[in-house]
Design a protein around this ligand. Structure first.
Ligand code: AMP
Length: 280
């Protein structure tokens, strides 16, 4: 992989890189389409990274439809599919890890201990191998996207990061490899995740910018679905991801919820247009 990439760079070709854990869906394909348009060569990686799973069962149950993924990668005109084994990425004797930045402390970082250390480590290793011109990540995993932007700025300044907007099912559910695990009833219940974001977004746009009121609305919407259990809902600064008490200007809404045994996350960026009830 290293020598292939070195040759591309020597020839002056630009490299677009889309790292994934496979079980490809339209969200991944959107990232690939951006990469295809903007680069001479497109690299897709598929690696279910064991170090970023904080629950063994989530790792073992993670879908791995490799033959289908390879077909989709070809159809999306990826030039390379890089699918290393865990032993290749973490050979015996591997010791060094990358400490996740402060951005990783809250939200996913708090509920999934060690998750972002695993992400930061694997992304650093993949970047060292591929050394892409542009790295493509999805907005759906908003905290991960911010962390990767920061990591690249700090450690790989030659690479540019592009964050691609979330691709959704027609009914609004954010595409995710984990959606395939939902039963038909859970699939219906899962809609509350995006509905909670939308309801909160409407509230903010109508001028209600107090965090407490916005969060209460999100909780109420999630509670409508019998199989849903809210893990966290948050109104945060889009850059620092720190909570804001009063939404002013651009804010990001974050949500994580269990639907049965499947954990889903989603996010929405909202602009507070008319802060008419923003006294705090
Ligand atoms: P994953 O395979 O879930 O690790 O995701 C690989 C990349 O695809 C990450 O950068 C994700 O943020 C991105 N991604 C996942 N789902 C979506 C989606 N629904 N829309 C856009 N990007 C996504």
């Amino acid at each position: 992989m290293q020598s292939e990439m070195l040759q591309l760079r020597r020839r002056g070709l630009t490299i677009g890189f889309v790292p994934t854990m496979g079980a490809l869906h339209a969200g991944h394909l959107r990232l690939l389409a951006h990469a295809r348009r903007q680069n001479d060569r497109v690299i897709l990686s598929i690696f279910v990274n064991p170090t970023q799973f904080n629950q063994r069962q989530d790792f073992t149950r993670y879908p791995r439809p490799f033959a289908r993924d390879a077909r989709l990668a070809r159809k999306a005109s990826a030039d390379y599919l890089f699918a290393p084994t865990a032993r290749e990425m973490y050979p015996p004797g591997h010791q060094t890890t990358v400490e996740a930045p402060a951005l990783a402390r809250r939200w996913e970082g708090a509920y999934r201990p060690g998750h972002f250390r695993g992400v930061a480590t694997v992304v650093t290793k993949l970047l060292a191998l591929v050394q892409p011109t542009i790295l493509y990540v999805g907005e759906k995993d908003a905290q991960q996207a911010r962390l990767i932007e920061q990591l690249v700025e700090d450690l790989h300044p030659a690479t540019r990061v592009i964050v691609v907007p979330t691709v959704r099912e027609p009914d609004g559910l954010a595409m995710s490899s984990r959606n395939t695990r939902l039963s038909p009833t859970e699939r219906r219940d899962a809609l509350v995740v995006f509905e909670a974001l939308q309801a909160a977004g409407r509230l903010i746009k109508s001028g209600e910018c107090r965090r407490g009121v916005v969060l209460r609305r999100m909780r109420t919407v999630v509670a409508r679905a019998p199989s849903a259990r809210l893990e966290y809902a948050a109104v945060v600064d889009p850059r620092t991801l720190e909570p804001v008490t009063v939404a002013r200007g651009q804010v990001r809404l974050l949500i994580a919820a269990w639907i049965g045994r499947t954990r889903l996350i989603d996010t929405l960026r909202v602009r507070c247009q008319r802060p008419v009830r923003c006294q705090g």
